[in-house]
Each structure stands twice: as structure tokens, then as C-alpha cells.
Write a protein that binds this ligand. Structure first.
Ligand SMILES: *[C@@H]1O[C@H](CO)[C@@H](O)[C@H](O)[C@H]1NC(C)=O
Ligand SMILES: *[C@@H]1O[C@H](CO)[C@@H](O)[C@H](O)[C@H]1NC(C)=O
Ligand SMILES: *[C@@H]1O[C@H](CO)[C@@H](O)[C@H](O)[C@H]1NC(C)=O
Ligand SMILES: *[C@@H]1O[C@H](CO)[C@@H](O)[C@H](O)[C@H]1NC(C)=O
Ligand SMILES: [Zn+2]
Length: 508
């Protein structure tokens, strides 16, 4: 490579200057200058997420402790981030790094779906033990639930409903039965490679599980407690704010009557307020209206319209709009361009929070979702697994401050990457890209809170270069890239800083 080319490539950057200087040194002296090397390494490190965060003496102490612990973890076998999460969850749970991450104030969870936000234990041990709960076993080996005063009619391919309390009374091993219900309501299994040999297989079970969950969590009395439980699990993992993707299903009562969307939003608001009254350091929670990408353009248009109406009615809790469902087999953002242009056509603001680039199909229509999401001025990018394949989209995301919502365990379980050290976000992290960490569907992946995903990001994707500065920036990012107003962000940052300082003081 000639010097001229190098110069043209990155004329204005400090990095180019350093490289040119080192080239000269190489020409004049066969041994590279160690001082120059030191400078280059520093410069390289300073570009990563958290690379410019100044750490206090106490923070440096905690940082060095974390570094030592991480070294030990990396030397151990198996190294958890390199294996399927389901196989190593029990090892992660015992990890000292993980235990510190649990205590760490992590800020906000910005990418979680309302249909999979609580632990499966609560669903089985609490929700299915309520009176009037009916179950049916479907022909494809799954289950459906319905709360009803009388035996339900045929629906969802169910020809035969049993009341759960009656069924349980007839069983000799109730624990084994409850465990089998848990397996129906989560993807978690000891042998994931065998159970899910392909992306199609795992997505098939993924969609099926959502259907099994639906009858359980949309029962009105369960729905209220479910939201409260979801907030509680996040709070116990030291998370102070939530942006939840809310699906379209409607809540129902024992007699089969259903509630409209406004009812769900009010319950949501009321429950959050109740939770906040009991936990004053919890900031709150907002909703992102989400519709499935298998719908038609006119259906999505209707949903956009409804989102605009609800936003007018409940401006404090509606954050925006998203399209969900598998991108590879679903319709692209561009396909819905008519529906998605509606807000700007009628001169309203409806922020978008698109899932985009949750794919490894480089060069397809689906793969273009990241660029299209940015064309529609998305506020954040859900997953953005394909972002590094698109330099322009990557640059726009960075310059516009459109953060990538990184959900590593989700990407691994849904078979985009197996060894998390090879996750493309490693490139984004070393480049200081705006990133927030989230958990996507905790019920399905056998997690609660964000600590598991933070563990994978900190130990696996970030490698040994990720440090306490990285964690600090990721936590602050989650507040800065939220949909909260600047005033509320400042308030949240103040509360977070207090918690952070306490965490550092207690653990350094
Ligand atoms: C389920 O949890 C709620 C509170 O969240 C509690 O009031 C209720 O008693 C529990 N029900 C069962 C069956 O455990
Ligand atoms: C779901 O639960 C039923 C009832 O216990 C059980 O027969 C079936 O094997 C379970 N399905 C899975 C995928 O575990
Ligand atoms: C929410 O709370 C308000 C005020 O307490 C109450 O009037 C309303 O009925 C509640 N909404 C629902 C759906 O429970
Ligand atoms: C996106 O933002 C740009 C610049 O503010 C604006 O010109 C454009 O109309 C917006 N596009 C949409 C689809 O909202
Ligand atoms: Zn998602």
C-alpha cells in the first residue's frame, strides 16, 4: 500500500497521523517505537464504548477487581459466552462477575415485549393456579389456556378443555406436570442444539410459545398482576425504567367479554403508578405500540392511526410504534411505506422504534430494513444485527444518535450467532457506537432482568477490553436514548448516579 493511498483514506483523522508517523519510523528504524505503540493502543482503546469515561479512584479499584474476575472467567472451561446460553445458565448464575452485574444499577430496559416479560415460574406457579383456568393439549404437542366460568367452546384447534384444578387433583406427580407446563411456556431446554436444529425450528417454537402464553396473560385479573410482576422483576435487577413493546391482543374476562385498547393502557398506567408509589426510585414505564409484520398494509395503517389516537389520549405513556415478528419470513419496512408515511402526511409526530436487521440474510429485501428504518427516522434500531454490513446505515445511526438495542441472548437463541465473541456488535462496541443492552423476551429465554445480557456483552462481546467505563456508558446510554423528555432524563440520571456511586462504594 502506498503512502498516498493511506493519506487519501483518512486524511483528517488522528489515527491516520499516527499510522503515518509509525510508517516513517519503520522506514528509518527497523524497530517500531514502543512509545508510538503505546499511543496507538491508547487511541484504539479510547474509541470503544466507555473509552472516554473518566473513572474515579474508587471506580478504578472496582474496575481492576472486575478485570481480575474476568480474567479468571476467561481461563475457565467452558467459557460461558462461547456456549449456548441454555447450557451454561447455571454457570453464569454462579459467576462473581454476574453477581456484581446484578447489583449494578443498569438504568433502563428499552427492548422487552409485553407478551414475554416475566419469569416462567411465576406464570405456572401463580397464573395457572388461579380458579377457572382451563387447559387444552393441542395436536402439535403444545398447550392453550383460557379462563372461563363454563367449559370453553372449540377454538385454537382445541377440541377438549380440562379444568386445571380438576386435572391436577387427578395427577400423582404435580411437580412433573408443572415442569412440563414450564417447558411449554419457554424455549429453555437443556439440549437446545438438538431441540432447535435450524432457525426455522426455533422460530416455529417461538411463535407457538407466544400463542400458549396469550390465553394466560390476557385474562384481565392476571394481566394486572403480570404487569406488576414484570416491573418487580426488573426493579429487583436494579433497573429503574422500562420501554415495553405492547402487542395487539385484547384482555378478556371470565364471561368472554373483551376490553378495548384504552382499557389495557389504563390498567398499564394505573399499575405502573401503583408500582411507583411502592418504589419511589422507579422512574416509570412507557409503551411502544407493536403490530405483527404479517399484517396487510391497510391493517398496519389502521394500527398506526390507532397509535396516533392513543398517543393523543395518553401522551405520557405512549412512546411510539414498531413492527414485530420474524423479519426473514415477514414483510419489510418498505412494504409498509404507505402505512408508515401516515404520521408525516397528517403532520403528526409518531416516533418509530423499528426492529431492523435481525437477520443474517445479507443483500435481501429484509436486510435493507436497517436503511429503511433510518429513512423513516427511527428513534432506535431493534437488534441491528445486520448493521455492520451497511456502512452508510451504520454512519447515519451514529451521527443521528440512533442507538442499537443489543439483545445478545435473543440473537444466540434465535440462531444468528453461536459463540457470542463473534457477535457483530463487537465491532460496534470497539467503535464507540451508540448501544443499549436489553433482553427482548425474558420468559422465553429463561432470564429475568438485564444482568444475563449485560454479562454476555461485558464478558463475551466486549472481551477483555470492556471495562467499568463501558458498563457506565451502557447504563447511561439507556437513559439518554430513551423516549423520556430531556427533563425526565436529567432526573433519571441524577437518581441513577446516586445509585451508581453507592454501588461503587460498596463493591470497590
Ligand atoms: C399470585 O400473585 C398475587 C400477587 O401478585 C397474589 O395476590 C396471589 O395470591 C397469587 N396467587 C397464587 C395462586 O399464588
Ligand atoms: C407441554 O405440556 C404437555 C402436558 O404436560 C406435555 O405433554 C408436553 O410434552 C409439553 N410440551 C413440551 C414442548 O414440553
Ligand atoms: C385507573 O385508575 C383510575 C383512577 O384511579 C380509575 O378511575 C380507572 O377506573 C382505572 N382504570 C382501570 C381500567 O382500571
Ligand atoms: C425524516 O426526517 C427528515 C428531516 O427532519 C424529514 O425531512 C423527513 O420528512 C422525515 N421522514 C419521515 C418519513 O418522517
Ligand atoms: Zn424484539
Amino acid at each position: 500500500m502506498s503512502r498516498i493511498n493511506l493519506k487519501d483514506l483518512c486524511i483528517s483523522s488522528m489515527a491516520a497521523l499516527t499510522v503515518l508517523m509509525s510508517l516513517c519510523i519503520r522506514e528509518c528504524n527497523p524497530m517500531p517505537d514502543p512509545h508510538q505503540r503505546e499511543l496507538m493502543l491508547k487511541q484504539d482503546m479510547s474509541q470503544q464504548v466507555g473509552g472516554r469515561v473518566e473513572l474515579t479512584a474508587a471506580e478504578l479499584q472496582l474496575d481492576s477487581l472486575l478485570h481480575q474476575l474476568k480474567l479468571k472467567e476467561m481461563a475457565a472451561s467452558p467459557f460461558p459466552p462461547s456456549k449456548h446460553f441454555f447450557k451454561v445458565r447455571h454457570i453464569v448464575q454462579k459467576s462473581p462477575v454476574f453477581k456484581l452485574l446484578q447489583k449494578m444499577p443498569k438504568g433502563a430496559a428499552l427492548h422487552i415485549h409485553s407478551s414475554a416479560m416475566v419469569s416462567v415460574d411465576w406464570l405456572v406457579m401463580n397464573a395457572t393456579y388461579r380458579p377457572h383456568c382451563y387447559i387444552c393439549f393441542t395436536w402439535d404437542g403444545s398447550v392453550q389456556f383460557l379462563f372461563s366460568t363454563n367449559t370453553p367452546f372449540l377454538r385454537w384447534g382445541c377440541s377438549f378443555w380440562k379444568r386445571l384444578d380438576v386435572l391436577r387433583a387427578s395427577l400423582s406427580d404435580i411437580t412433573a406436570f408443572d415442569n412440563s407446563l414450564m417447558r411449554n411456556l419457554t424455549l429453555f431446554t437443556e439440549d437446545p442444539e438438538m431441540s432447535y436444529p435450524t432457525q426455522d425450528a426455533v422460530w416455529d417454537k417461538f411463535e407457538k410459545t407466544f400463542m400458549a402464553l396469550s390465553g394466560l396473560i390476557t385474562y384481565a385479573p392476571v394481566f394486572k398482576d403480570y404487569i406488576y410482576q414484570g416491573l418487580k422483576e426488573l426493579y429487583e435487577d436494579n433497573i429503574m425504567y422500562l420501554e415495553l413493546r405492547l402487542g395487539q391482543s385484547k384482555a378478556y374476562e371470565l364471561d368472554g367479554t373483551t376490553h378495548d385498547r384504552a382499557w389495557s393502557l389504563e390498567v398499564y398506567r394505573n399499575t405502573t403508578e401503583q408500582f411507583r408509589a411502592n418504589h419511589p426510585d422507579f422512574i416509570g414505564s412507557r409503551l411502544i405500540f407493536s403490530v405483527h409484520r404479517s399484517l396487510s398494509v391497510s391493517q398496519v395503517k389502521q394500527a398506526v392511526q390507532e397509535a396516533i389516537e392513543m398517543q393523543r389520549k395518553y401522551p405520557d405513556i405512549i412512546a411510539g410504534f414498531d413492527l414485530v415478528g420474524r423479519e426473514d419470513t415477514g414483510r419489510s419496512i418498505w412494504y409498509f411505506r404507505d402505512a408508515l408515511s401516515l404520521p408525516s402526511e397528517i403532520k403528526t409526530q409518531l416516533p418509530f422504534f423499528f426492529h431492523a436487521g435481525e437477520t443474517d440474510l445479507d443483500g435481501t429485501d429484509v436486510d435493507r430494513n436497517v436503511l429503511d428504518a433510518l429513512l423513516f427516522n427511527t428513534s432506535r434500531i431493534g437488534h441491528g444485527f445486520a448493521l455492520v454490513h451497511h456502512p452508510l446505515a451504520k454512519q447515519l445511526s451514529r451521527t443521528r444518535g440512533v442507538a442499537v438495542e443489543l439483545c445478545p441472548i435473543s440473537n444466540q437463541v434465535l440462531k444468528l450467532v453461536s459463540d457470542l465473541r463473534n457477535h457483530p456488535a463487537a465491532v460496534l462496541m470497539s467503535d464507540g457506537h451508540p448501544i443499549v443492552v436489553s433482553s427482548d423476551d425474558p420468559t422465553l429465554f429463561g432470564t429475568t432482568g438485564l444482568s444475563y445480557d449485560f454479562y454476555q456483552v461485558f464478558v463475551g462481546i466486549g472481551g477483555l477490553s470492556a471495562n467499568l467505563g463501558t458498563l457506565k456508558e451502557l447504563a447511561m446510554n439507556s437513559i439518554r436514548y430513551s423516549s423520556l423528555s430531556p427533563q425526565l432524563q436529567d432526573k433519571a440520571i441524577t437518581i441513577w448516579k446516586e445509585k451508581w456511586n453507592k454501588f461503587v462504594a460498596e463493591n470497590s
